[in-house]
Write a protein that binds this ligand. Structure first.
Ligand code: SAM
Length: 459
């Protein structure tokens, strides 16, 4: 479904999220909920801006998401704990509790949040479930969401996807992806005819407005069924697909550097940093490189103002190429400052370009593997240097990050180190006016992890 076509179904709903598969275990799955809740909080903060709704209430409403697995791997399967986890969490039901102070999540919020998440394949609106087609029809037919979707005369299509099999090891995709058999679809659809005949619009197999999905092969928990017919079926309506992040993948960009951040990670940083949660936000990347983070921010929220600092601008990194990466996508080009972020003059230039402190700082600092760094050496050093500089600026009455703003950064970590040794000590966090919110590990390979760490400016 094109991201521009927001559905108009506005009632409290139940959703199904089909997450993007993991290239390798531990690479992205740990960030899925964090990314989604960050994106949802941003979308809701923008919607509630100026209404008097509190930031805490908005954040709590988004965080009140509860996820339940729709797969359970047959225990008879020989699989590692990682595989079981990867399989079982690939498709999840999502429901929200009642929010405080009248702050509630709407379908429109979930639609917008999904459209900016790099780790979501699709989000569906739940219509009903059943062990048999008859049960499924009984459960779905009175769904208000279904009735509303069916009655508006829009073009529609239904597809059947089978997610898993009793003998899962025979499935090369191992539950990460769905299979679609046209022959099985032809047999199944007549069995849900009472639901399909409600649709008044024309069938359009190519580009319909309404996508109905018959999801089969689901099994949440309890003893594993012995026959495929006993696996559960769910009827769902496509609400949105995840971010089209590949449109800014390094391969598509004009600016070529040796260490570009991939488009999934760039979106992830933006969502965790809650880009777009306020009007005309300002965003700084102090180690910007090819400006992947700023490009993702501008894609997600085109009204943001973006500023990058890098020692390489005008030397091995072409500013003109970066500008063209933005303008050819119809986005406002960032301000790019050539300099060392540890040098106060570079930070002064960044503040002048922005008329003051920033709402968000997000960055992928040098890992000191391929890039040089001017400050102290050691894996956490660039972040420590940045926090020291932020503290000095604050003492001089010129903060780099606004109170309440987010700082999100990658921190590399190799075996033999513990992430806590690499993170800024409490006294340095206090000096910089930051409070650590969350840290999570991403395994790059057997000898390198990188963590995403998120701080909030508390003064
Ligand atoms: C990991 S790369 C950033 C990659 C970037 N996210 C991208 O997508 O291209 C780190 C960058 O920090 C820059 N850098 C290193 N030391 C710096 C410093 N002291 N001040 C500013 N930039 C610095 C390097 O030139 C390099 O481009």
């Amino acid at each position: 479904m094109p991201a521009s076509r927001a559905p108009t179904l506005l009632e409290r709903s139940k959703y199904v999220i089909y997450w993007r598969g993991e290239a390798k275990s531990g690479y992205t799955a740990t960030f899925r909920h964090w990314e989604f809740v960050g994106a949802l909080t941003s979308v809701m903060s923008a919607r509630y801006a100026g209404t008097g709704a509190g930031a805490a209430e908005i954040e709590n409403a988004a965080k009140a998401a509860s996820f339940t697995n729709l797969f359970t791997l047959n225990p008879a399967n020989p699989a590692s704990a990682d595989q079981v986890d990867m399989y079982n969490t690939a498709l999840q039901v999502l429901v929200f509790g009642e929010g405080e102070g009248g702050v509630n999540v709407t379908d429109e919020d979930v639609f917008k949040a999904t459209s900016r998440c790099s780790l979501i394949h699709h989000t569906y609106l739940w219509l009903g479930e059943g062990a048999t087609y008859a049960d499924l029809v009984r459960d779905s037919i009175n769904s208000k969401v279904l009735r509303k979707a069916a009655s508006n005369g829009e073009t529609w299509r239904v597809r059947r996807y089978e997610f898993s099999f009793l003998n899962d090891t025979d499935n090369p995709r191992f539950g990460k992806d769905a299979t679609r058999s046209v022959a099985k679809e032809r047999k199944s659809l007549p069995k849900i005819w009472p639901v399909l005949e409600l649709f008044k619009g024309a069938v359009d197999l190519k580009d319909p407005v309404i996508h109905l999905n018959l999801l089969e092969g689901l099994h949440e928990c309890g003893p594993h069924p012995s026959k495929p017919e006993e696996l559960k079926k769910v009827l769902a309506l496509t609400l949105a697909c995840g971010a089209k992040h590949m449109t800014i993948s390094p391969r598509t960009r004009i600016c070529k550097t040796t260490t570009p951040l991939c488009s999934i990670s760039s979106h992830l940083l933006c969502n965790v940093a809650m880009v777009g949660s306020g009007p005309s936000q300002s965003i700084l990347d102090p180690f910007a490189g090819s400006a992947a983070t700023l490009l993702a921010a501008a894609m997600i929220s085109p009204e943001v103002r973006t500023v990058g600092i890098d020692t390489g601008f005008g030397l091995d990194i072409s500013r003109a190429d970066i500008h063209r990466d933005f303008t050819t996508r119809g986005l406002a080009a960032p301000v790019l400052i050539q300099g060392d972020v540890l040098d106060s003059a570079s930070r002064d230039d960044a503040r002048s370009a922005n008329c003051g402190a920033f709402d968000v700082i997000m960055t992928d600092p040098p890992y000191l593997i391929r890039e040089s760094f001017t400050g102290e050496q050691g894996m956490g050093a660039p972040l420590l240097g940045l926090l020291k500089a932020m503290g000095e600026d604050f003492e001089q009455g010129k903060p780099l990050l606004k109170r309440g703003g987010s700082l999100v950064s990658f921190v590399p970590c190799t075996p033999g180190h513990h992430i806590d040794e690499l993170l800024p000590k409490q006294h340095l966090q206090d000096f910089a006016g930051l409070q650590l919110q969350t840290k999570r590990e991403q395994k790059i390979n057997s000898s390198l992890s990188r963590w995403i760490v998120a701080f909030r400016a508390v003064r």
